[in-house]
Design a protein around this ligand. Structure first.
Ligand code: ATR
Length: 285
């Protein structure tokens, strides 16, 4: 990669950012596509966020990804929000157009694109269980709700959070039956077509077992996990043991990255190349 005075800068705001694989994914794609961009990790502390957003304008940074812990807080400092980011209540991508900053959320569409690409699953008219009602859970729930499933169960360790989200979603998507519950979901497994883990459970170094028991799912059900490190989470391993179809988290990571890349450059990157780089860099990190 050759950086010159003309090179356009994009990057990621987060804390920590040391283990992010986004720089690998984006830089490899810029290089492969001959685009004069560079993607830089920026460790942004919480109390410095507003200054760093100003720096996007001052330094003419073309855009950033936003990750933990800034996805919600950054919204207050932007000039405009895309409809989806506003609905989800979180921004993972900022685009700088001549000093005007617009926030997007590509997690939601990234999840759907990955699910469709890898499984062909169409959520319309289906029964779906989503575990998790945090930021990631909200992105997955809104993405799926858009497709009008028959029933959408939101299960969360703290049931009040699931209830609040279900109430919100049911106001906008009236044709879907919304159910909120704690983590005891056995009543909803028998006729479930897709079960998604959108919590952080299963992430490397965290709690060991699957987030919920999935015994009782029909044999044609799909089990999906948004956690991508490790590639085979305890939930994915359990689903495979039961002979169920699985959808791993790496796809969402790659598809949300591809959508951000396209927002910045107007060019569509190769999903396969991004996936290849993601796997390689995870092994290297
Ligand atoms: P993110 O943006 O990654 O979703 P978050 O907003 O902090 O982060 O949400 C984390 C999600 O993982 C929540 O749904 C959380 O459940 P609570 O709302 O009850 O906190 C869930 N979660 C985290 N650790 C968990 C655990 N050990 N068991 C079950 N759920 C867990």
């Amino acid at each position: 990669m050759k950086i010159t005075g003309r090179t356009k800068v994009v990057g990621i705001f987060g804390d920590p950012v040391e283990h992010s694989i986004s720089p690998f994914i984006h830089n490899a794609s810029f290089e492969a596509m001959g685009l004069d961009y560079v993607y830089v990790p920026f460790r942004v502390r919480k109390d410095r966020l507003s200054h760093c957003v100003d720096a996007i304008r001052a330094l003419d940074i073309k855009g950033v990804n936003v990750t933990i812990p800034h996805k919600e807080a950054i919204m207050a400092y932007l000039d405009e929000l895309d409809h989806e980011a506003e609905e989800i209540g979180a921004v993972n991508t900022v685009v700088n157009t001549r000093g005007r900053l617009k926030g997007y959320n590509t997690d939601s569409q990234g999840y759907l694109n990955s699910l469709t690409e890898e499984t062909g699953f169409n959520p319309t008219g289906k029964n779906i269980v989503v575990i998790g009602a945090g930021g990631a859970g909200r992105a997955v729930v809104y993405g799926l709700a858009k497709k009008k499933p028959r029933r959408l169960v939101i299960a969360n360790r703290t049931p009040e959070r699931a209830q609040a989200l279900a109430r919100e979603v049911s106001k906008k998507y009236t044709s879907t039956e919304l159910v909120a519950t704690g983590l005891n979901i056995k009543d909803y497994l028998g006729d479930c077509h897709l079960l998604v883990n959108a919590t952080s459970v299963g992430m490397q170094g965290g709690k060991k077992g699957p987030v919920v028991s999935i015994e009782g799912l029909p044999e044609d059900a799909i089990v999906s996990d948004i956690v991508y490190k490790p590639l085979d989470t305890p939930l994915i391993a359990e689903a495979e043991r039961l002979g169920l179809r699985v959808h791993r988290g790496l796809g969402m990571l790659v598809h949300q990255a591809a959508l951000s890349f396209e927002l910045w450059t107007g060019k569509r990157p190769s999903i396969d190349a991004m996936r290849f780089t993601a796997v390689q860099s995870m092994e290297a990190l």
